[in-house]
Design a protein around this ligand. Sequence first.
Ligand SMILES: *Cc1c(COP(=O)(O)O)cnc(C)c1O
Length: 358
Amino acid sequence: MKVFNFSAGPSVLPEEVKLEVQKDFLDFNGSGMSVTELSHRGKVYEDIQVEAESLLRELMGISSDYEVLFLQGGGSTQFAMVPLNLSINKRADYVLTGNWANKAFEEASRYIDAYSAASSKDAKFTYIPDVDKISFRDNLDYVHITQNNTIFGTRYTKLPSVTCPIVADASSNILSEVIDVNKYGLIYAGAQKNIAPAGVTIVIIRKDLLERIPMSFCPTMLMYKTHAKEHSLYNTPPCFTIYMAMLTFRWLKKLGGVSEMQKINEEKAKKIYEYLDASSFFSNPVAKKDRSLMNIPFVTGNEELDAKFVKEASKNGLVSLKGHRILGGMRASIYNAMPMEGVDTLINFMKKFEMENK
Ligand SMILES: *Cc1c(COP(=O)(O)O)cnc(C)c1O
């Protein structure tokens, strides 16, 4: 059965990428081997990783002032690596906009004086605090933000203006919209939302930050330097995931790059929000200016109807629409690889469900 997968992560991948992987799986480029079997020290694999990095640099406009790293451990390991590697004064401010932001903050609090400079907890994380009104402390090592809040469906459209580096968790919005990398000190993202299967974590770090001395107890594997020095080949990288990331980058480039992707994403999200706002049956609680292009939570206001919706949608090939366990209701994650057809099919199904259950 053909399904549209609205999972928040791991999530939908481009059809073309999956077909390419299938075609190449047993014999990659005439090597007689699968990509999963190639030595990570060999030329065949090296070309893959080099192409992946150069495509990512091209797609995001990453200058030579930045190092691109392919690491493991997911976004969650970055919650520790950031404070372990970037501390000078052991002081950093966090903006708490949801579960992932809170986790990053709590992890940093184990090592440094981390401070919650602003939070949207007062309104159940349905908005992004006004960055111009936040008073950040002085002498900060960095300010940490969660650029797109996967669970609550919010996103930053503006960055705080601070003199210290901005560290951003872009796990669920990397490559979905144009960003100016030069405004950041460090950007990190797990691959499994917008790029590839789980397994690789992308870190884009400004080179001067690599000069900072990691905390004395920081494990070698958790030092950015270790991986920067060895071009992400200090130990065995997640080769297959990096290969799939490379294919996704090729796909995105062919489609016209991130600016073209952003237009499509805006169109997809707009269709759903317009329908939700016009509906007296479904609703989305997020402040309009802060709405995510990637993750759209919605409810009927009745838990039984929500459960019925998720079940019937699934029977109709619209899968993984159940909301996160802390929020309930529904959530449609419409990452880059979700085709317009999936969005249209979802809206038609919602209309039908509304009519039948109002
Ligand atoms: C999914 C997600 C994470 C956690 O990623 P893991 O790779 O599972 O550790 C962190 N931050 C955000 C914003 C996410 O969406």
